[in-house]
Design a protein around this ligand. Sequence first.
Ligand code: 6R9
Length: 646
Amino acid sequence: MSEKIYDVSADWAKRAYVDDAKYREMYAHSVKDPNGFWAEHGKRVGWIKPFTKVENVSYAPGNISIKWFEDGELNVAWNCIDRHLDKRGDQTAIIWEGDDPSESRHITYRQLHDEVCKMANILRTRNVKKGDRVTIYLPMIPEAAYAMLACARIGAIHSVVFGGFSPDSLAQRIKDCDSKVVITADEGLRGGKKVPLKANVDAAIAKTGGVDWVVVVKRTGGKIDMNPTRDLWYHEAAAMVTTDCPCEPMNAEDPLFILYTSGSTGTPKGVLHTSAGYLVFASMTHQYVFDYHDGDIYWCTADVGWVTGHSYILYGPLCNGATTLMFEGVPNYPDNSRFWNVIDKHKVNIFYTAPTAIRALMQSGDDPVKKTSRKSLRLLGSVGEPINPEAWEWYHRVVGDDRCPIVDTWWQTETGGILITPLPGATKLKPGSATRPFFGVVPEIVDAEGKTLDGATEGNLCIAKSWPGQMRTVYGDHARFEQTYFSTYKNKYFTGDGCRRDADGYYWITGRVDDVINVSGHRMGTAEVESSLVAHEAVSEAAVVGYPHDIKGQGIYAYVTLMKGTEPTEALRKELVAWVRKDIGPIASPDLIQFAPGLPKTRSGKIMRRILRKIAEDEPSSLGDTSTLADPAVVDDLVDNRQNKK
Ligand code: 6R9
């Protein structure tokens, strides 16, 4: 554990919104008087009808109910666009940088307004109304922003599905929220490779049915099938509507979006976020954590298919009138200097990326970084998984030239925005620590029995109080919401993460404590990969665990028991990897598959994952007690044939 401390520079303490004293004062106010604190900060957004109530939350078993600003009315798209038009109509809202370095565009707030209105009118003419669900399956092109904001404008609930997901995964998500409209592109473009988005949508709808309209954005011009009664070209439909589209007044607690995320059991959950609390929290965290000031160029490298793209490419920055960069490509195309070249090209001041990208780029040495200027950079950010101190130091020293603080931001799809993070003018940094809670956030570390632990300690991370950006329910399944987040520990929100708190009160996230694997910052449920594997005819049983991976953070390790009489060949191993990849998507591909004649089970038939994890981590000497297994002998075979032997 690194004990190095980086002080806040005098410059930063002076220029930032918040220095250490101010942080302490605001934090104390936020937890002593949440109603007063959030009543004040709720005013940062524009209201159609101002709220008079602030927090109304119950974590009581059987009655989980979360409401913020509940009698207010507003429109999220109005806040992200229209209210800036007077002052910033000609300011760039979105800088779009294409996959090909020769392609980029600046979209002003006025242009954004017009494009969003056109997209919204296309949806309105197809009879999409307030509360209807729209699935968005787009690459990182400006139309993804137009589509999300168009939904917000007319009160439709968007569900963005990452373009890397397979037709089956897409079908499952379309069906779960019963979307009648899908917005997609002919093909995506990443690292010079084409992604067959429209063909995937066709395959998904063939499976699930129920979709009335598919709006298709032309990105590559590649050959696709158009169904004349269902599919329409975006550019043709856009030519037939006006740029005038009034905003739908929305209640604070009307849903804004659904975003599917993997959990420890079952199919992905539809995390539901509502309008006002989410927007207040996303915009406030964006302003304070990144210390965003007028005129700054801000770049978050996430995909809009993940929550980071929702809160910190789109909603937070645009609500703050920021200039936000949207990048279609990948870090290593056309070469390993791409990120740094984009920073120089657009004079980026604030750069927010994931540890997995930092580790991958670190492997190709300092040269690809050092041959660029990066003079414009002022602040760096990290999100998605724990950042190891080595990667942190490299990011700080090589990318940031020892001059830029790093905000290591811990949060989740469920939390809507950043909960634990340094503030660059206030917080001394310790490499690998997400440091201190944001305003209004009350972390608690609890032991396995649910006892809250004080002082320097380690255990499971819960959040004791609600905050405005908190998810409100699992779409269509409130019982699952309670079961997943509020049943392990009563009267608090359980994050699923392990955490250590040091003597300075700093938080160090240690990773998931449930059956979720964090692969390159993307969450994958072990149950999902297992059910894909057992759907293959050669597989009788499968158990999946995570193991430490140099670049991805965690890799996917699958133990597979084959059907009687099936040969465990290399060809079959490859086939199973390809099978999962096709079934769920590339991010779910197992990194290692071990053919196992038997799995370690208790006498009641439960798979002992603890043992499987230790074997996958190449630590066969610390298996612990195996005597309670139904057949202790299976362990020897598993150890002998482990795939991650160093
Ligand atoms: C925003 C996002 C959430 C899980 C979370 C945790 C891990 C995210 C982290 C981090 C350590 C950080 N995580 N940020 N762990 N330090 N700064 O990533 O949302 O995709 O829902 O993942 O990611 O394990 O529980 P999501």
